[in-house]
Write a protein that binds this ligand. Structure first.
Ligand code: BGC
Length: 703
């Protein structure tokens, strides 16, 4: 095989204008599908294709691999035989459904996310998928936004680590292997800051905040070699992301050196008309292409208008060539010219295996966050009769979460069954989902486990809420149950942080399970009965009330910071200051003590090390996610009160002490300065080694 660049140039030199534009066109295959479009080279990519396509021979395809192969052989009948790239939303697993991305971030274990992504790549590629529209790396500070479930939370350092890991997992060491997927970092950029948490709304983000908070996960994905990016629906500071040359060309290509391609989001090229920056489809296509969007997802504005715009001299053919070059480059790197077809032998291997399930279980376990555990109620011990009640009691597919195109409910063990299997022999489990009856049965129980929360359809794309409390009726149910005075555990399944202030006061233990995926039931059972301990940490701040949003740990200090609640200090008069639970927070079944913070040098020249001793002071082995935060005290622009810079998980036996050491290098302290450049500024810094983003051991150094 010739190298990618000469291959691409050679192919490009043979292409007609129409063939070039065809490569920039992505379609879905519906009932009106015309096979000749593929034969004529008018399509470069197909997304989310399924089985059941009517072939020209009059048969219907039965599997996804068969569909992909049928469509691919049509494309390979085109003059230049350029293969299609099949894209699909393989977001948090394929058949083996892993926890939702927000939950994955809660594990604070990027290596696990990398492994999960590689399993998803293996399964999806076996069905003819070449390209996934993941990872979503949108920083989100507003849990009203439904898509908070799809990203990695509020912190740029954590999200950047996750982004790189997931890209590596999907794409593998060698993207040309048939068991990898091209990844797509989305939604570029600023999408998570949609006003009011309303999906598709505009966002206003200052350039320094854009660069220091919202862009780092994208840059990290690019550094990890991501093949593609997706432009967001959002209007960012007055220029829709799909029309935003500053983002798509100056920063992405100019500053970061990205050489893959950018796909628009669904119809977002044509939507430039609704945004009010384009008169018609032809203008929309011109603006998007010029901005740096190479492939048009489904709007067909490129296909229908670009050729005429070139002929009219409104679009330079060089712009088309550059976009085509990028698309062909990725197709070549992905090995599509040597293996365009799905291998029917491999198609059978798209299903969950014992190993993939084990990984899914480990991941689900590691992402659950224990938020409250009064008097060590968890793990459940010494209770003979336990009532399990709530809308998740028999959940299967509901455990999967948003964006699960390929998970099958029958692959998940229902929560009730998983709990039965895990319960010690002498424990009688009672399941009752009817609210009135549950209250009745509770009188006979020694402990109550409430499994409540959001149905997956209540989070994800455009599933925004104006109220972060539990879904309708559930708060009353918790209250009625708690009034019975039984030891009560609340397990919350959700795609977002919910405001649980009332419930925290009412129940004895609170475990946040997110939407944990195919093995979520088993993982939960292991944690509740103490075979395993929870170790997840919040990747996003939990507010006390909806009105506190946006609330996030890495905020600016203000001129009147909260020291204690008081008049003329930033506050609400109807709420205590601060979140319900801070970023990074999470308990486990043992406790830890932090001691002896040491900073290697008073002044940082190139690097310093910071260390602390962590001791397991409790009764059982446990995992602690040790976190490093920094504050730059004075800057040419105001700086966050804390910024996560690194984290390390340590597993400690009871009584064991371990010294945990972090290295801080100068580039870790860089930020966007008042003059717009990125770099450090000399001055004093605070540094913390802590169990979460508030409190803890503090040291100092200067730069
Ligand atoms: C979503 C994207 C997704 C695309 C393709 C859009 O509605 O915003 O995240 O990848 O559809 O399914």
């Amino acid at each position: 095989m010739p190298d990618t660049e000469s291959f691409t140039e050679h192919l490009l030199s043979q292409m007609t204008l129409d063939e070039k534009i065809g490569q920039l066109n992505q379609i879905t295959v519906g009932p009106d599908f015309d096979p000749d479009m593929l034969r004529q080279g008018k399509v470069g990519s197909i997304l989310n294709g399924s089985s059941g396509v009517l072939t020209e021979q009059g048969a219907r395809t039965t599997t996804r691999a068969e569909t992909a192969n049928y469509l691919q052989q049509l494309a390979l009948q085109s003059r230049l035989k350029i293969p299609l790239i099949f894209g699909r939303d393989v977001i948090h697993g394929h058949r083996t459904v892993f926890p939702i991305p927000l939950a994955q971030a809660a594990a604070f274990d990027p290596a696990l996310a990398e492994e999960a992504a590689s399993v998803a790549a293996r399964e999806a590629s076996a069905e003819g998928v070449h390209w996934t529209f993941a990872p979503a790396v949108d920083i989100a500070r507003d849990p009203r936004w439904g898509r908070v479930a799809e990203g990695f939370g509020e912190d740029p350092t954590l999200a950047s680590r996750m982004a790189a890991a997931v890209v590596r997992g999907f794409q593998g060491e060698d993207l040309s292997r048939p068991d990898t997927l091209v990844a797509c970092a989305k939604h570029y950029a600023g999408y998570g800051a949609a006003e009011g948490g309303r999906d598709y709304e505009n966002s206003e983000i200052s350039e320094p905040t854009l660069r220091d908070i919202y862009l780092p996960p994208f840059e990290s994905a690019v550094r990890a070699g991501v093949g593609t990016l997706m432009s967001a629906f959002v209007d960012l500071n007055g220029t829709p992301a799909t029309a935003n040359r500053h983002l798509l060309t100056d920063i992405l290509r100019g500053e970061w050196g990205f050489d893959g391609f950018v796909v628009s989001d669904w119809d977002s090229v044509a939507e430039l008309i609704q945004h009010g920056v384009a008169e018609d489809r032809a203008e929309a296509a011109r603006i998007a292409l010029h901005a740096g969007v190479d492939m048009d997802m489904v709007s067909r504005a490129y296909l229908e208008t670009l050729a005429a715009s070139v002929r009219d001299g409104k679009v330079p053919v060089d712009e088309i060539d550059e976009a085509v070059r990028r698309v062909l480059r990725i197709k070549h790197r992905a090995g599509l010219f040597s293996h365009p077809y799905a291998d029917p032998q491999r198609a059978a291997h798209s299903q969950p295996t014992a190993e993939s399930r084990q990984l899914a279980r480990r991941f689900a376990r590691q992402c659950m966050v224990l938020l409250k555990n009064e008097d060590g109620l968890l793990p459940l011990q010494g209770f003979r009769r336990i009532l399990v009640t709530g809308n998740f009691a028999h959940a299967r597919g509901e455990l999967f979460g948003t964006w699960t195109l390929d998970g099958r409910a029958e692959d998940a063990v229902p929560l009730s069954e998983a709990l039965r299997q895990a319960a010690p022999r002498d424990v009688e489990l009672m399941f009752e989902t009817h609210v009135d009856l549950a209250l009745h049965v509770a009188h006979h129980a020694d402990a109550v486990v409430l499994v409540l929360g959001e149905h997956p359809s209540r989070s994800g794309e455009n599933a925004n809420v104006s109220d972060l409390t539990l879904p309708a009726g559930q708060a009353e149910f918790v209250e009625a149950m708690a009034a019975l005075g039984k030891p009560t555990v609340l397990v919350v399944f959700a795609g977002r942080p919910l405001a649980l202030t009332r419930q925290v006061a009412q129940v004895h233990a609170l475990l946040y399970a997110w939407h944990p995926g195919i093995e979520g039931g088993a993982a939960l059972a292991e944690i509740l009965f103490g075979y395993e301990a929870p170790s997840g940490r919040l990747p996003i701040t939990f507010p006390r009330a909806t009105g506190q949003v946006p609330i996030y740990y890495n905020h600016k200090n203000s001129g009147r910071p909260i020291v204690a609640d008081g008049a003329f200090r930033t506050r609400y008069i109807d709420l205590p200051s601060g979140p319900l639970y801070p970023f990074g927070y999470g308990l486990t079944y043992t406790t830890f003590r932090y001691n002896n913070l040491r900073v290697s040098d008073a002044t940082l020249r190139n690097r310093i090390t910071v260390s602390a001793e962590i001791t397991n002071t409790g009764p059982r082995a446990g995992r602690e996610v040790v976190q490093l935060y920094v504050r730059d005290l004075v800057g040419s622009l105001t700086r966050p009160v804390r910024e996560l810079k690194d984290f390390q998980a340590v597993d400690l036996r009871p009584g064991e002490t371990r010294k945990v050491t972090f290295t801080i290098t100068e580039d870790m302290l860089a930020f966007t300065r008042a003059d717009g450049t990125r770099g450090v500024e000399p001055g004093n810094f605070h540094v913390w080694i802590v169990p979460h983003s508030q409190g803890g051991l503090r040291g100092e150094f200067a730069l």
